[in-house]
Write a protein of this length. Sequence first.
Lengths: 361, 361
Amino acid sequence: MARAHNFNAGPAGLPLPALERAQRELLDFEGTGMSIIEHSHRGKAYEAVHNEAIALVRELLSVPESYHVLFLQGGASQQFAMLPMNLLPAGKSADYILTGGWSEKAYEEAGRVGTVRVAATTAVDKRYTRIPRQDELTLDPAAAYVHMTSNNTLFGTQWHWLPDVGSAPLIADMSSDFMWRRFDVSKFALVYAGAQKNIGPSGVVVVLAKKELIDGARKDIPTIFRYATHAANNSLYNTAPTFSIYLIRNVLSYTKEIGGLDEIERQNRKKGELLYAAIDQNPDFFRAPVERESRSFMNVVFRLPSEELEKRFVAEAAKERMVGLAGHRSTGGIRASLYNAVPFSSVKRLVDFMKDFAKRA
Amino acid sequence: MARAHNFNAGPAGLPLPALERAQRELLDFEGTGMSIIEHSHRGKAYEAVHNEAIALVRELLSVPESYHVLFLQGGASQQFAMLPMNLLPAGKSADYILTGGWSEKAYEEAGRVGTVRVAATTAVDKRYTRIPRQDELTLDPAAAYVHMTSNNTLFGTQWHWLPDVGSAPLIADMSSDFMWRRFDVSKFALVYAGAQKNIGPSGVVVVLAKKELIDGARKDIPTIFRYATHAANNSLYNTAPTFSIYLIRNVLSYTKEIGGLDEIERQNRKKGELLYAAIDQNPDFFRAPVERESRSFMNVVFRLPSEELEKRFVAEAAKERMVGLAGHRSTGGIRASLYNAVPFSSVKRLVDFMKDFAKRA
């Protein structure tokens, strides 16, 4: 089987050894005569996997003891609603920093639940090409929280510094760059991230939440939507998406084996630098719309001289098994997502193809 | 590999051919060089799987065109909240028929969202041993809807007839007996069911919803919680739990192959009859607490003369690879779940073991 070069924006590629392990174990998990899918979420076999996945998140990110690690359902889109339902009481307002389509959605959904403010936006003609500067933030000192989106899949921007938000809790949607490297969890009150980019399949969202924040959250909402419910039940309040969490376990266990997030970051930087260099070396043909300081290491977006050429580029690349290169339908252009599981060799292959394509075009 | 005899209450066993297909395809889905897990939820490969899964639900149950078939996240527990958020406006009340722990939960959660009434309960000392009779229902003619739980995993009861609720929309939680046989979808306004009993892994809940009901639902709730959102987007509003839906496709495609739900029902009745006969034939040793007319074909509960014996029964059965036989922690006793994928041979094995155990005890 020839592996495709998978540049999908998510769900994305997973490390082959993690998938091979899943394949080996699929019909008979650890000699139990059952698939892990067929095990009870309250049985010992699954419980061990569940707790190992949580422990691996804790270990790889050095998550402080004062934080819960939760596995929930509904993706980041559901967090857009759950977050203000829990943490935005009547009479308070929350600040949102807009840096792309996903932060816009988070802001809009929070607005259906409570009062929200835009603390900054870098949109020009509905396009975002950069992360704001600290002096562009107009923060409400009394904000219930400040929300940011750490990486923007659509526009290919990424925060490379953390905003100073004073004493307000800082909350981040890290769906598209969670665990692309280590980060200081204690700088955030809450972090959420759909698993399907860097750490697993779709169907699970990871939440890291400061315990004291959750303790003080609203209690007048349905039980299933309270972070406190899931925290009190070790993410087993209701039937967990067991196979998805099992696969996260496989991915993180492999990640640890190869050297943890320091090694992952080294690989990710090397991949990103190679691709951005190829773009920058031929500015007459490739154009990177994103400001240099805001460039994402996860989603590299660039344009070709014409939409016609972009279409040809995507089609010819697909023939050589490089998939997922078309930009988001709302932005157009080319987008190569370089998540953790994308091997350096795939990026090398893409860069060679780019050089050849530019010559021929 | 010796397959275990899996009597889990859910997540439950899946048909071996459906799992074998998943194993075969896990690293390379249809020659794409990628796992189905690694495909974009907006790509052609996954889209075909997604639509096939929906089409199979439609076909196997003859779902009328006037109904949506949705795949959502959060399980039945999330439906407990989503249902009243969508369909219980201020000034209206909803009727709940209580027949077990899960209908109690559905009722309690709806009560956090709006006004609810108990239309009937068969609880005696917090235990439910039967389904109510029609003349025991005290229905509110103006109810926004009437909610029932078609099968009760904890207490082992099941509705074998449908209540007459007049013109009120009838809504059923079918999590634990969905697709155990064909049923007339048009009798219900909405049906929801966690996949992890009869049709797939955990992490997906299937919703069948009358289109006109959804069109008239509340719009003042977060976008992600509106049935209309998911209906308008073919359950692809946000990233779907792709692998779970893929596995549902495998299970239902196999179900169709072996003769559809008529064959499944035939098998399920045969399994249930065998097990209940074994219980009834030895009333001095085995006691079925459930009223005969309310017995479930999905979850067969019974007691032994003492809790001591029950413990020994579960432990000895486990040694012979019969797993999942302990009753729910809240009820005790023995529970054998006979979902669609449990083979007749496993029930036969259990019945032989029961006879032998009774003799020896």
